[in-house]
Design a protein around this ligand. Sequence first.
Ligand SMILES: Nc1ncnc2c1ncn2[C@@H]1O[C@H](COP(=O)(O)OP(=O)(O)OP(=O)(O)O)[C@@H](O)[C@H]1O
Length: 434
Amino acid sequence: MVAIAVDRLTKVFPDGTVAVDGVSFEAASGEFLVLLGPTGCGKSTILRLVAGLEQETSGHVLIDGRVVDEMSARDRKVAMVFQDYALYPHLTVAQNIGFPLRVGHHAVAGVDARVAKVAEHLGVTDLLHRLPGHLSGGQRQRVAMARAIVREPQAFLLDEPLSNLDAGLRAELRTDVAALARRLAVTTLYVTHDQTEAMTMADRVAVLRRGVLQQIGPPAEVYGDPATLFVAAFLGTPRTNLLQGAIYVDGDRAVIDLGSQVLELPSAGALAGHHNDRVTVAVRADALRPVAEADGPALRGSVRLVENLGHEALVHLDTGIVPTPLADSQLEHPDTHLVDAVGEDPPPGHPFRQALARMMPHGRTESQPATARTEYGFYPVYDPESSDQPPVLSDVVVRVPAPVLPRRGDSMTVAVELDKLLLFDRSGARIRFS
Ligand SMILES: Nc1ncnc2c1ncn2[C@@H]1O[C@H](COP(=O)(O)OP(=O)(O)OP(=O)(O)O)[C@@H](O)[C@H]1O
């Protein structure tokens, strides 16, 4: 088997769309590498470039250490499977699987044996005589996979192969597909926007955003140690809580000021140089634990909503903390929207004045002016362009084990595991503090 690498790969389409922007990575021989990212981030384009179905604007594709930029798709000997399996409707399953061998240079002898072997690998032996129209979606996808591997490709390129299937089948097939790729030890690039698929199937995950590689690493590392706010926000079920905050440092004391609440850190440590920095605090449900009484860092709130999932519940807590909005925040527009409200007010007449006037201060009450600061000098800011609606305070989502569930309106305290707390600066880059 062979390694696949891309080196500063860039694809600009004729209309100027930069679909892939200087991406470099290497999938080792036999590795299962998942390309993960939201729609339009360039995943499929990377796959098509590797397959030779698209010509790169600059950079290189390497297969087994050899630059293949000028090599035809056929000669690259990689097999690609798409989400629409595109089986030939008038051919039986056996004929579909054997098709690449019959049109290729192979002697016809031996085709049946290879079809039988591959069909067994994919668990479709009983279906060999059927037509695709008489198969379920999952069975069709298995046949498409069988057809792709029958030529014994050097590598597998899978483009959202499971996305047309229902949830149950997806779960079943993702285990099968990953197991098959490992059994055959075929180097695999697998494209998905589904974080569960990425986490469960991959040896390593490459997270992409707008054609740019954000981070690559084993699933646990990318999840637990995200390099950017984008990665932290993209990976998390339930969704990662993103909270506006600021860092306050006084000697060896450090506080993360969340407006209506503060989290005290044991020591300033690596945050010493970040006094007054505006940050987004990303805190996932697995960093939060409901407690009767806090004996360490904690957040408090009142229960707004309980989603009962049977074995556990997701509790939405109204904490009075202002969220970093996912779509209109620095997540999508680095450093363009948020005003640095820490430290000093903008001068009169400054264009940000209006924005500041619409700020939601911490624990706002009727008697409190809208520009109240916390004792540490911070107030969260709403982007006035993102919405005409009054600002909404963040719900912090917490997992609570069934059966003892809180009720709407109950107060709740959740202990915060500080070493799972993720801080990001205004450009979305990680601030490490321990
Ligand atoms: N032929 C083309 N001409 C112009 N733009 C294109 C072309 N093909 C893709 N794009 C654009 O390039 C970007 C990346 O597309 P690509 O299909 O690689 O994304 P993706 O991450 O695979 O998305 P999805 O998950 O929706 O399939 C998108 O903005 C897309 O609109």
